[in-house]
Structures are given as structure tokens and as C-alpha cells.
Ligand binder design. Structure first.
Ligand code: ADP
Ligand code: GLC
Length: 473
């Protein structure tokens, strides 16, 4: 029997993306179709989404959805059903998805409570409601307080650091029964916690790697929610993300100057030269890349402090990212100090991210924590050897090139313990030494390219979880 799932999120590739959440939400329908699960995706009607779906059919209207009129439009995303919450007062804005130059939108609580409310209102048409991150988590909370419900709920944590915590004053506006403002409801440290509310209400909780599922039981990673996670431990599952191979495949990637496979690795040189040209870099020495949000989570402050050392050791760096102004400035200054060795692009550029994965030798991901991480998976698939901190999904997906792993022929990257400057410096030095051994290096590349990070296995795990939930309903 086909199961029907309503997948609710604030992003979905290719319509709206700021990070890995979008890639995962965009890939799930395809990953699950193979397992007899029909996924309908619900996202907000940001301007770009409205333009992309064009003249869509209206399938539902609200005269007052948490204070604003709204419509539900039906469209398609990569051949799968898409629902768009069209509420211009909330989503038709010129800035980013969550804020603009002056910071986060002050009414984000209303924007994403409305998304959750709309999802709960239509959830009865589906077997499972699957909500992603705090922006969608209220869907599970609304459903919990709905009069009659048969739909089972899952909340997936893509990053527990983002919780959607708001002051208690918003509670009366949420249109929830008074008893919802409780310790086991939406109340969170005296205010309202959207992610917390969803995690309390959900029938199952998933996060995006087994290691992160373990880590968030501890205060260091749980960010205040570790108690709740521990209390609900039996319902917490770690399912690692996959790669959407329709989007990330070096053999058929239109963004690359030269497509290639594990058997034709030498062709990558064309891409490497193209990246060097694009970034104004000279030839010679391993070419490192970074494709990342420039934030403390990603360890970018530590890397910014090591750029001189990286160049001294003979490395080059081509960076693409945006984020904290001080980090952007630090990397731009490094590029100014080292013309021809360090190139920096501040911004967001999907095609360039493909070219970097297809041309650079190694991708640096020194995250302090990383729920899953996708850029190391893209690196593996593209022969761009990942250099990663041993945390979360990075620890689960990259096999360190230590002697034993090299001898066994299974190594795929460089893994370092912690992200202090000394540790990262040693990892850079080790990477450069490995790169100087062409046979070892190309073995690392090939091992990574042959590793299977498609959605096949993880799609099956989600499908099983959905079935278990409906069977125990
Ligand atoms: P996170 O979601 O925490 O930012 P992930 O590694 O899961 O980290 O996903 C990041 C996604 O965003 C990847 O698809 C990556 O290629 C992409 N990305 C990050 N920064 C940029 C950028 N500046 N330009 C283009 N793509 C980017
Ligand atoms: C979050 C996490 C990242 C993960 C992504 C998709 O953005 O920071 O590690 O890969 O979600 O699940």
C-alpha cells in the first residue's frame, strides 16, 4: 500500500535554498518514491517560489490564518506534488527567506506558526506529517492539540542550534488552547519554543546522522534541549542524508568544464585549471576549497587564522561563502595578502559550488558541530577529498587516511579531532603530504567516488520508520 506523506519545510531545492535543509527536502520525494511512499512537499510562497510555479491551482483558502488571509496553491517540484502557502503579508518580501539587511524578520514567529498551522489543517489527507526544523515543527504541535487526528508525526532536526525561541507574549496569538503553554507543551524557558514544541508533540524524532543523534543527548551539542532528547531517546533516530544524484553527478554535470568519472580522474585537471583561472590563482600546490556559510559552527574563524600558514606550506585556497561580516572581511584580507594563492568569492553561487567540487583537490570542513553536512558528500562524489572534523555526520561519512585505513584500501579523506588551530594546522600539513603522493591521493579520490551516498539506503530507513509509525497507530 502506498503511504502518503506531507513533508513541511521552509526551504526546498531548487525553489528556495539557504543550506543543506533545502537539498534534503528537495531530494526526499524522489528518494521515497522508490519505496512506495508518495511525498507532497509544503513550503512558503516566497516570491521566487510563486514565480517558479506560475499559474497554479488554488486548493484551499483561509480568511484568517493567524491574522492574515492565505491560499494553498498546488504545483510541482521535480515531478512531485508541491503545495505552496501563499500568504503575501508573511512571505512576499524582497529580502532573504528569514531576514534582510536589518536582521531576522521580527514576525518570523507568525510566519512559521502559520506554516505549521496550515500544515496541521490539511494533515488529515495524509498518513504522515513530516516536519523539518523549527520553522515547520509547530505543525506537529498544532496537530497534537487538534480535536481528532489519525495522522502520525515526525520532526527532523537538521540543526538543533536553531530553535525558534520567542517571548511568552506571542502565545495568545498562536491560537492554541491555554493548556498548551506547559512544560510538556510549547513552553520553553519561560517563552515559546517552536522546535521544543514539535519535539514534544512528534510521534518520532529523527536527526540527520547517527553520531549527531548521540551527540544531542549531551549538553555540549543539545543546546538546552538535551534533557528532552534524553527523555524521548527511544523515539530518536539518526538517519544520514544522501546525495541527490540527479543534481550531483560528476559524469553529467552541466556546470563542469569537463565531466569525469572515477576511471577518468585525469580529466579533472581541466576543471582545476578553470577554477584557478576563475579565482586568479597560479598553478602548483594542492588547491583547497571551502563552500560554506561563514560562521563559528563551521570553524571558519579557526581557518581564517591559518590562511598564511596554508600558503606557506604550499597550498592554494578558493573560497565561496557568505556569513558573519568579520569572517568575510578576514578571508578577503587573506586574499589581498596572498594574490595568486588565495581567492575569495563572497556570495551564494550554486553553479560555482559545483565547479569548485569538480576542480579543487580538497574541501575543508572544520566544523565545531555538523548534524550531517552535505559538502563532504559532494566532495566524495567529485573526487574533492574532504578534510573534516570528527563530529556529527562528518564522522559518519568520511574515513580517515590513517595507516590502517590506507592499508585496507578504505580511506576517503582526512579526519581531525577538534578544531583548535594546532589540530587544524596538522590536518592541513597531513593533507599536503598525502597530496604529494599521487598514487595514494588518487586512491583516496577513487575510494570516495565509489562510496555509495545515494539516497537508496536512507530512503529505505525513512520508509520503514513511516510504516512502523502507521502500523503502531
Ligand atoms: P548547512 O546546511 O549547515 O549550511 P550543509 O553542508 O548541509 O551545511 O549544506 C550546505 C549546502 O549549501 C550545500 O548544498 C552547499 O553546497 C551549499 N552552499 C553553502 N554555501 C554556499 C555558497 N556560498 N554558494 C553556493 N552553495 C553554497
Ligand atoms: C543543517 C545542518 C547540516 C545538514 C543540513 C541538512 O543545515 O547544519 O549539517 O547537512 O541541515 O540536513
Amino acid at each position: 500500500m502506498t503511504l502518503s506523506v506531507l513533508s513541511v519545510a521552509s526551504e526546498a531545492y531548487p525553489l528556495a535554498k539557504t543550506g543543506g535543509l533545502a537539498d534534503v527536502v528537495g531530494a526526499l520525494p524522489g528518494a521515497l518514491a522508490a519505496h512506495g511512499v508518495a511525498v507532497t512537499t509544503l513550503i512558503p510562497g516566497y516570491p521566487a517560489v510563486g514565480q517558479a510555479i506560475g499559474r497554479a491551482r488554488v486548493v484551499r483558502r483561509w480568511t484568517d490564518l493567524l491574522g492574515t488571509p492565505a491560499r494553498l496553491l498546488k504545483g510541482e517540484i521535480a515531478g512531485h506534488p508541491l503545495l505552496v502557502l501563499d500568504a503575501p503579508a508573511l512571505f512576499a518580501r524582497g529580502g532573504g527567506l528569514y531576514g534582510d539587511a536589518s536582521g531576522d524578520y521580527p514576525d518570523n514567529w507568525r510566519r512559521f506558526a502559520a506554516l505549521g498551522r496550515a500544515a496541521a489543517d490539511i494533515a488529515g489527507d495524509y498518513d504522515i506529517l513530516h516536519a523539518h526544523d523549527w520553522q515547520a515543527a509547530m505543525a506537529a504541535a498544532y496537530l497534537r492539540y487538534a480535536p481528532a487526528r489519525t495522522t502520525r508525526t515526525i520532526v527532523t532536526i537538521h540543526n538543533i542550534a536553531f530553535q525558534g525561541a520567542f517571548p511568552a507574549e506571542i502565545f495568545p496569538e498562536l491560537d492554541l488552547p491555554p493548556e498548551a503553554f506547559a512544560l510538556d507543551g510549547v513552553e520553553y524557558y519561560g517563552g515559546v519554543g517552536f522546535l521544543k514544541a514539535g519535539l514534544e508533540a512528534a510521534d518520532a524524532i529523527t536527526t540527520v546522522s547517527p553520531t549527531y543523534a548521540t551527540e544531542i543527548h549531551r549538553a555540549q551539542f543539545g543546546m538546552g534541549l538535551e534533557g528532552l532528547i534524553a527523555a524521548r531517546s527511544a523515539s530518536v533516530h539518526g538517519i544520514v542524508n544522501g546525495i541527490d544524484s540527479a543534481v550531483w553527478n560528476p559524469e553529467a554535470d552541466a556546470a563542469l568544464a569537463q565531466p569525469f568519472t572515477a576511471r577518468t580522474l585525469a580529466k579533472r585537471r581541466v576543471n582545476a585549471r578553470a577554477v584557478a583561472r576563475e579565482y586568479g590563482l597560479g598553478e602548483g600546490g594542492p588547491l583547497f576549497t571551502v563552500v560554506s556559510r561563514l560562521t563559528g559552527q563551521k570553524g571558519m574563524d579557526v581557518l581564517a587564522g591559518l590562511t598564511d600558514a596554508l600558503v606557506q606550506m604550499g597550498g592554494r585556497l578558493a573560497l565561496l561563502g557568505s556569513g558573519e561580516p568579520a569572517l568575510e572581511a578576514a578571508f578577503l584580507a587573506a586574499a589581498a595578502r596572498h594574490p595568486g594563492r588565495i581567492g575569495v568569492r563572497i556570495g551564494y553561487d550554486e553553479a560555482l559550488s559545483h565547479r569548485l567540487q569538480g576542480g579543487a583537490d580538497a574541501i575543508l570542513i572544520p566544523s565545531r558541530f555538523e548534524p550531517c553536512g552535505l559538502t563532504q558528500l559532494y566532495g566524495l562524489a567529485y573526487g574533492c577529498v574532504p578534510v573534516v572534523a570528527r563530529t556529527g555526520g562528518l564522522a559518519d561519512t568520511v574515513i580517515d587516511a590513517n595507516e590502517a585505513a590506507l592499508a585496507a584500501g578504505v580511506a576517503t579523506g582526512i579526519v581531525h579531532d577538534g578544531v583548535d588551530p594546532d589540530t587544524l594546522l596538522r590536518a592541513l600539513a597531513r593533507t599536503i603530504a598525502l597530496h604529494a603522493q599521487p598514487t595514494v591521493w588518487s586512491t583516496l579520490q577513487r575510494n570516495g567516488m565509489r562510496a555509495d551516498f545515494s539516497w537508496a539506503r536512507s530512503g529505505l530507513r525513512y520508509a520503514r520508520l513511516y510504516r512502523n509509525l502507521t502500523e503502531t497507530a
